[in-house]
Ligand binder design. Structure first.
Ligand code: ADP
Ligand code: ASP
Ligand code: MG
Length: 814
């Protein structure tokens, strides 16, 4: 015989029930016990109706109406007209009883567990009756059998304990005589020895099926549900989760205990002893092999088989000096919880004798705390033990696998993954079987925790990077285009899945949790909402994605002030904006410190030399123990362009204008022309070399007239350049007469930095610097005579964008 169980979604409506029928029809030469759940959602409706009624809230009637409508509609759709009226009158009369029960709860203003079970049982009683009538009408050889006559339990309403002796005898008796191909039974419901209706706990229809399978020595137990098997994690929360083809009873039990709702935890126990395999199958994809749970299934050496989570957990901790060395404290603690029938989901490893800490369901927390405080009343009054501490709204995430015990380092990997993603761990437990490692975390971190653990343990090292891009002008737009072009390569070659989740310019911002299409981002942004800096940050923070990176492509001081907030939330920052790194040393240092503390890189390679790997090279020199003695550099792509283009046949004004038009200058060109931009760059290089320097410490030998520097609009600035044209021509002529070229040079030596225009003679490294190129010479302990030279395009949107891109990839490899 075969036992099949169809869950709530599988029988949620006539369309799905027809799918069930097809599945049953396709099972050749098998006698079957078919267990069904209530129509999807009906159990919740019944429980809500009971609660409202007992609170004397008449709105419970709305739920009853919905329940009535759904079942009546199902009968009308599934059962042929000629036999409809009998079915309708049976269900209607049951509905009347249900209403009377609820009215009782309403009038008394109370709901006993016994009454609650009676009410909630109607979900399965209705569904099994309607489905059996439907199957008969479709010509299947089906008979309805009430599970209450087979499954006998104690009186623990809500989650009764099965008396296997009586139950097995009943099942053997019935099934040995049954001549029909299909016996259709309601799941979840049972009865006590003295004939009261009981239920087996939420999700208990799985258990009903397992009890019958074990009692009848079935060949297989098939759990038909709405997913194609047991997955490496809940597929509704982890998109990349994969079906586990086969798994051991113990692993399945552990996964379900820790929240893999696809199987009700007690289900495995009855079939395990008889080695009856369980198949988890999808009603909506019946050909899919799903998952096979069986004995000795060691997963081909795989260590972690799945990740699961249980929500609504509270941690209960008892501690105090009076616990040390006193025997019996734990015993009294656990006994108290046991007497109150509170089940313990997890016991954490105590680091000292000083405390006991357990995880229990949120719903039990108040009762548990009260009971424990009462047990230790005397010790608490004499201050030897503190009143019990309760922390609610937590979640347990667990790694599960039979082979985990023989592998070192798994918990390290687990906790470092969580740590890197800023998931705060409240408590840790490892089952004595070493088949699971669990961590208690905050509810809001669950999705991030599951996804990052899944990435670490199951995704062949594909790492997802989630980008939030602010500023989509020249550089930002190029950056997005480069990501679009490289997406496939990054995934295949570098194992990086780069997604852009948020984009903003100064007017609009847009977010898409599944990633914004980079072909169409302009459109998406047009349809976005008004930009608010704080709102942007809040959104990034609340999305709480793993490996989040904030990318600043603006030149805004306000944006640069937000970095600390991002870093404090373990969100990395990549920026081409120099303001933060060249602000007060204290601020620069604080950002670097936050990056370290929160495991979130703060990278700004493009602050100096656009895409040239200058800062990265410097970091490598320092990390390998080298010391920078002197830096000489031409660091302004715009000034280099200006002085390379300027001569006696063109005006200085026109050259600067051209530089601006070609995107070589900052939006405000005085930042470049005054030398401030170069000061910021040499400052950053000096700081990255390990020196504490402020911008005011840098000597600036300005070449622009005061008047030009003091203008307060771009127009006024350009006007003033015209006025001083003859001075600029004089500078040019002097250099030319000396056979030199004008270069704006930055220098750092002996802890001092200076910038200024210099005449560079032929033969000098700087002399032949073309267009907007940059050059840096590092003189260090290792590069004494011949400096380490980095030279190349140092300005322009394309190269800057690729520098930002390189920083993002660096974080990917971090
Ligand atoms: P049914 O009504 O058929 O009993 P349930 O809702 O009780 O179905 O269980 C199926 C659900 O279990 C899936 O839809 C899925 O969201 C959830 N689930 C949680 N963890 C897992 C997992 N590891 N693998 C598969 N499903 C899981
Ligand atoms: N209908 C019950 C519930 O929703 C039992 C089940 O479906 O397994 O909990
Ligand atoms: Mg279920």
């Amino acid at each position: 015989m075969k036992v099949l169980k169809f869950g709530g979604t599988s029988v949620a409506n006539p369309e799905n029930i027809n799918k069930v029928k097809s599945i049953l029809k396709s099972q050749k030469n098998h006698s079957m016990a078919v267990v069904v759940s209530a129509f999807g959602g009906v159990t919740d409706l019944l429980l809500n109706a009971s609660k409202r009624a007992s609170e004397q809230d008449v709105s419970y009637k709305n739920f009853v109406k919905e329940i009535e409508d759904r079942h009546i509609a199902a009968i009308r759709e599934l059962i042929p007209v000629k036999s409809q009226s009998a079915a309708l009158s049976k269900v209607k009369s049951d509905l009347n009883v249900l209403e009377t029960l609820l009215e009782g709860a309403f009038l008394i203003g109370e709901l006993t567990p016994k009454l609650s079970d009676k009410i909630v049982s109607y979900g399965e009683l209705f569904s099994s009756f309607i489905i059996s009538e439907f199957l008969k009408s479709e010509g299947l050889d089906a008979i309805f059998k009430d599970s209450r006559q087979l499954i006998i339990t104690d009186n623990n309403f809500g989650k009764a304990t099965v008396d296997f002796k009586l139950t097995n005898a009943n099942c053997e008796n019935f099934f040995s005589k049954n001549k029909h191909g299909i016996a259709l039974l309601p799941g979840f419901v049972a009865s006590s020895k003295n004939g009261d209706l009981t239920t087996l706990g939420r999700g208990g229809s799985d258990y009903t099926a397992a009890i019958i399978a074990a009692a009848t020595n079935a060949d297989i137990l098939e759990i038909w549900t709405d997913v194609s098997g047991m997955y490496t994690a809940n597929p509704k929360l982890v998109k990349q989760a994969k079906c586990v083809a086969s798994i051991s009873y113990q692993e399945a039990m552990e996964l379900s205990h820790f929240g893999a709702k696809v199987l009700y935890p007690p289900t495995i126990q009855p079939v395990l002893g008889k080695a009856i395999p369980i198949a988890i199958k999808n009603t909506f994809d019946p050909e899919n092999p799903g998952t096979l749970i069986s004995q000795n299934n060691n997963g081909n050496g795989k260590t972690v088989r799945g990740i699961s989570h249980v929500g609504n957990i509270s941690l209960l901790s008892l501690e105090g000096p009076g616990m040390i060395g006193i025997p019996g404290i734990s015993k009294r603690f656990f006994e108290t919880l046991s007497v109150k029938n509170i089940s313990i989901v997890l016991i954490t490893q105590a680091s000292s004798e000083h405390s006991i800490c357990v995880g229990i369901a949120d719903d039990d927390a108040d009762l548990a705390a009260e009971a424990v405080n009462e047990t230790f009343e005397y010790e608490i009054a004499s201050k030897r033990i503190k009143p019990v501490m309760v922390e609610k709204d937590l979640t347990i995430v667990a790694l599960v696998g039979d082979n985990m015990k023989s592998h070192q380092g798994l918990s390290g990997k687990m906790f470092s993954t969580l740590g890197k993603n800023n998931v705060n761990i409240r408590a840790i437990a490892q089952g004595a079987s070493e088949r699971n490692i669990s961590a208690v975390i905050k509810k809001e971190d669950v999705k991030k925790a599951l996804n990052s653990l899944h990435e670490t343990f199951f995704e062949e090292n594909i790492k997802q990077l989630n980008l939030f891009v602010m500023g989509v002008g020249n550089v930002g737009a190029k950056f997005l285009e480069q990501i679009r072009q490289q997406k496939k390569y990054l995934k295949e070659e570098l194992k990086l899945n780069v997604r852009v989740i948020g984009i903003s310019n100064s007017k609009k911002m847009v977010f898409d949790e599944n990633g914004i299409s980079l072909k169409d981002w302009k459109n998406a942004l047009d349809q976005g909402v008004r930009t608010e800096m704080e709102g942007f940050f809040e959104k990034v923070r609340s999305l709480n994605f793993r490996n989040s990176i904030f990318v600043d492509n603006t030149a805004s001081a306000d944006v640069s002030k937000s970095y600390a907030n991002y870093l404090k939330n373990s969100i990395s920052v990549v920026t081409c904006n120099k303001i933060a790194s060249s602000s007060d040393f204290a601020n620069y240092k604080a950002l670097k410190q936050l990056a370290k503390e929160y495991n979130a890189p703060y990278l700004f390679e493009t602050n100096v030399g656009a895409g040239l790997p200058i800062i990265d090279t410097l970091k490598h020199l320092i990390a390998s123990g080298d010391k920078v003695r002197k830096i000489q550099a031409v660091l302004s792509g715009s000034l280099n362009f200006v002085f390379n283009t300027f001569n006696d046949s063109i005006t200085f004004h026109d050259v600067v204008k051209q530089a601006q038009d070609q995107g070589y200058t900052e939006p405000d060109p005085t930042i470049d022309l005054s030398g401030v931009d170069v000061m910021r760059k040499i400052l950053i290089l000096a700081r990255e070399s390990g020196h504490q320097l402020e911008i005011d410490d840098i000597e600036n030998d300005a070449f622009l007239p005061e008047e030009s520097l003091e203008t307060n609009s771009n127009e006024a600035f350009f006007e003033s350049l015209k006025k001083y044209e003859s001075d600029f021509q004089k500078m040019y002529k002097q250099a030319k007469d000396a056979d030199c070229k004008l270069k704006y040079v930055a220098q750092f030596e002996d802890g001092k930095a200076k910038v200024g225009l210099q005449q560079i003679p032929k033969g000098h490294d700087f002399y032949n610097l073309e267009g907007s190129d940059n050059i840096v010479l590092f003189y260090t302990d290792r590069y004494v005579e011949q400096p380490l030279i980095i030279k190349g395009a140092g300005a322009g949107a394309d190269v800057t964008a690729s520098g930002i891109f390189a920083d993002v990839v660096r974080i990917g490899n971090f």
